[in-house]
Design a protein around this ligand. Structure first.
Ligand SMILES: *Cc1c(COP(=O)(O)O)cnc(C)c1O
Length: 419
């Protein structure tokens, strides 16, 4: 496979952009080789600058549930170009997107739009602290909630991929406001509430973890979390930036029947443009400025391009619930083809092949995966034109544009691996 064009661009990029990339995992550091510089995407495929085509299971890390250049989303963006790209004043479509989110996710009684998932979790946390008057946050090892200072503690995603235990640049005082517990352990959560119950403002969780690879909640776990938060008057925050409108239209909270106090969204709700949202209980959200004294703002928040793209995406998904069955069953077929000595974890259209044979239920059991075998598999697939996340600790995504032929090609490529 010719990658000369990507190699040249990487060299040039590295001279001006740290590591040559604008988000760490894109650099292929843990798998080695040349990160592909992408020229364009269409449906389930991306094309690099050397003209190589790949079936794309990254999907911009989650947003592109309907594939690249999805017609109605492109149309919505085009219509905004006719009227202006940013006003810094309220527009009707922002209400429409908020109403669309609330209709799908009833716990989102009030919604505030921001520009990224990171902004959403950062803001939700501030609201939880402002509302409860408490300082501590509980998070879980291997979960990633964006690059918020106090949440980069035992975080998954790029930090797990690069083996960075604790990032530099976060003062101890910030990190000390975070209690990091093992995921899927009710006992650990009980113990934490036992010792700090009256100081915990919020528990923030990826209800289905995507950022240490895909790790589902064990039966009863989220329910127990809900009960403990209620008992100790801490707010439960579901970080659905990845799972929202992905594992089902109403997100993980619909799938598991749990009502969090606050939730965060991003990725799918922007249709491939930068966006985030946080919201939840009206009695909590009404404390956000200008109705209340918890401050949060954004010059480009509610940006017309992002809001219109997201609206087109959500409206299509609402009108086509069969999409979720289709993408789940495609992911199921891919997981069924997992080679021996691989644990395939999947929830809906999110999945990860963990290169180890035991069950993976938390960071302890995820981190023992054989990353050398993963690397061999990753490059085998890439050579055959299948683009998986370049990390053992990231989830892959199937979208509605992955047709029969693409899934078949993928399964054949998996079966051809001699690792
Ligand atoms: C991607 C992600 C974020 C961060 O969103 P950005 O838009 O990258 O800032 C936060 N939480 C979860 C669960 C995510 O998957």
């Amino acid at each position: 496979m010719n990658t000369k064009g990507s190699e040249a661009l990487l060299e040039r990029a590295q001279r001006i952009i740290p590591g040559g990339v604008n988000s760490p995992v894109r650099a292929f550091r843990s798998v080695g080789g040349t990160p592909r510089f992408i020229e364009r995407g269409e449906g389930c495929r991306i094309y690099d600058v050397d003209g190589n085509a790949y079936i794309d299971y990254v999907g911009s890390w989650g947003p592109l549930i309907l594939g690249h250049r999805f017609g109605p989303v492109m149309e919505a963006i085009r219509s905004v170009l006719e009227v202006g790209t940013s006003f810094g004043a309220p527009t009707e479509r922002e209400i429409e997107l908020a109403e669309e989110i609330r209709a799908a996710v009833p716990s989102m009684e009030m919604v505030r739009l921001v520009n990224s998932g990171t902004e959403a979790t950062m803001s939700a946390l501030r609201v939880a602290r402002g509302f409860t008057g408490r300082a501590l946050t509980v998070k879980f090892e291997g979960c990633y909630h964006g690059h918020v200072d106090s949440l980069l503690v035992k975080a998954g995603s790029g930090m797990a991929t690069l083996g960075i235990a604790d990032t530099a640049g976060v003062p101890a005082g910030f990190a000390e406001t975070t209690l990091a517990l093992p995921y899927n352990s009710v006992e650990a959560l009980e113990a934490s509430f036992g010792s700090h119950g009256d100081q915990i403002a919020a528990v923030i969780v990826e209800p289905v973890v995507g950022n240490m690879g895909c790790v589902p909640p064990q039966p009863g776990y989220l329910q127990a979390m809900r009960e403990l938060c209620t008992k100790h008057s801490a707010l439960l925050i579901f970080d659905e930036v990845m799972t929202g409108f992905r594992v089902s239209f109403g997100g993980a909270q619909e799938l598991y029947g749990i009502k969090p106090d606050l939730s965060t969204f991003g990725k799918v709700i922007g249709g491939g443009l930068p966006i985030g949202a946080y919201g939840g209980r009206a009695d909590v959200m009404s404390h956000v400025a200008p109705s209340g004294n918890i401050y949060q703002a954004g010059t480009l928040s509610g940006n017309p391009l992002a809001v219109s793209a997201g609206l087109a995406m959500l409206r299509h998904l609402r009108a086509h619930p069969e999409v979720y069955r289709q993408i789940s069953s495609a992911a199921e077929r891919i997981c069924a083809a997992a080679p021996e000595g691989v644990t395939a974890n999947r929830v809906g259209s999110m999945f990860t092949y963990f290169f180890g044979s035991g069950p993976v239920k938390d960071w302890e059991t995820a981190k023992v995966a054989d990353t050398a075998r993963f690397k061999s598999f990753f490059h085998h697939m890439l050579e055959l034109g299948v683009y998986l996340p370049p990390s053992q600790f990231e989830a892959a995504f199937v979208g509605a544009a992955h047709d029969e032929e693409a899934v078949e090609t993928t399964v054949d490529a998996i079966r051809a691996w001699k690792g």
